[in-house]
Each structure stands twice: as structure tokens, then as C-alpha cells.
Design a protein around this ligand. Structure first.
Ligand SMILES: *[C@@H]1O[C@H](CO)[C@@H](O)[C@H](O)[C@H]1NC(C)=O
Ligand SMILES: *[C@@H]1O[C@H](CO)[C@@H](O)[C@H](O)[C@H]1NC(C)=O
Length: 169
């Protein structure tokens, strides 16, 4: 486990302690992803689609052809807040997913604050997996085709976002 941490990371941990973390990384210190999505449909519908997609991908079968569209586990669900976990099919890395839905423009739009964080603190790199944990849900449920869909994120907010290949991760 410890061998996964490269020496640069230790330097950065040291910088963090003295309060100059900004020098070290162009991304989050810990493998994670924070995305904002906007949809031109109600949060009721958005949350129903997300919940049913998570349930559909609870078993291993979604990954029989590769990819990571399996082993989601719904923890709690309401119109405003969904929590779930995702495990990778082989190494069983566990990531925690939080989705917060807030209506905008008098219910004609839904803003989702989505977050995925790796449980193991030592992972700095994730090949974009935390981003894909979130993206696969909206892609699989058809929400990327929803009216008014917009996604706001960056490599700063999502570990290795720009090199993520969600067919694999
Ligand atoms: C990244 O996260 C920060 C803090 O939450 C936020 O202010 C900023 O708008 C985000 N940037 C993008 C491009 O999502
Ligand atoms: C993502 O990975 C798949 C499967 O290996 C590959 O077919 C596809 O070309 C890759 N996409 C990108 C954008 O690299």
C-alpha cells in the first residue's frame, strides 16, 4: 500500500502542514470529483432516474463486458439527497457518492451537486474513476440527453478528469 505513494506526495504533505498546498497540485489532493450539473427538467424526475440507475447497477452483471457500470449500492434516497457507494469490480476500491438536487428557476430546472470521494485516503490518482462514477450514472440513465443539460467541472475539481475514459472506468 505505502509503495503507491510517491515521494513527491510526501513533500506535498509537508507543504500542506506549513500551509502552502497550492504549490503542489493542479488537482485535488485526494482522489475525488465534484461536478455541477444542470438539467431543464424537475428534480423529482432527475432523482427518480438517478435512483433507478443506481439500483439497476447494483449487481456485477453490468461489468461482464468490462467497464465499471456495476457494484453501485444505494445508501439513502430522497428527492433532494442521494447517497451511494461504488466499488470497482476487481480491486474493490470503494468510493462514496453524494448527489444533492436543488430546484432552480421555479422548478423548471434542477441543479445537481455531485461528489465522489475515494474512501482510501492514500489514493491521489484514480484515472478519472471518481468522475466516471458520476458521469456513468447520468449517461446510463439518459440524463445527458435531457433538455438543457450542462456540466461544470475541471481537473482542479475532479482528479484526472481530462484523461478519464468512462468506457473503462
Ligand atoms: C470547483 O470547485 C470550486 C469550489 O467548490 C468552485 O467554486 C468552482 O466553481 C469549481 N470549478 C469548476 C470549473 O467546476
Ligand atoms: C476508451 O476506451 C475504449 C476501450 O478500450 C476505447 O475503445 C476508446 O477508444 C477509448 N476512448 C478514448 C477517448 O480514448
Amino acid at each position: 500500500m505505502m509503495s503507491k505513494i510517491n515521494p513527491v506526495v510526501w513533500w506535498c504533505a509537508l507543504f500542506l502542514l506549513v500551509g502552502s498546498s497550492g504549490l503542489c497540485f493542479a488537482g485535488p489532493l485526494h482522489a475525488q470529483c465534484k461536478v455541477d450539473w444542470y438539467f431543464g427538467i424537475t428534480c423529482q424526475l432527475v432523482s427518480e432516474l438517478l435512483i433507478s440507475q443506481i439500483k439497476e447497477w447494483e449487481s456485477m452483471s453490468g461489468c461482464s463486458m468490462g467497464g465499471q457500470r456495476c457494484l453501485y449500492k444505494l445508501q439513502s434516497a430522497s428527492v433532494h439527497f442521494i447517497t451511494a457507494k461504488h466499488s470497482t469490480p476487481f480491486e474493490r476500491h470503494v468510493d462514496d457518492i453524494n448527489l444533492r438536487m436543488v430546484s432552480c428557476h421555479i422548478f423548471t430546472c434542477c441543479h445537481v451537486e455531485a461528489m465522489s470521494v475515494s474512501e482510501a485516503w492514500q489514493y491521489i490518482r484514480d484515472n478519472g474513476r471518481n468522475y466516471c462514477n458520476l458521469y456513468n450514472l447520468i449517461e446510463g440513465s439518459g440524463l445527458t440527453e435531457a433538455r438543457g443539460f450542462r456540466e461544470l467541472t475541471s481537473d482542479y475539481n475532479c482528479t484526472q478528469r481530462s484523461s478519464a475514459n468512462c468506457t473503462i472506468y
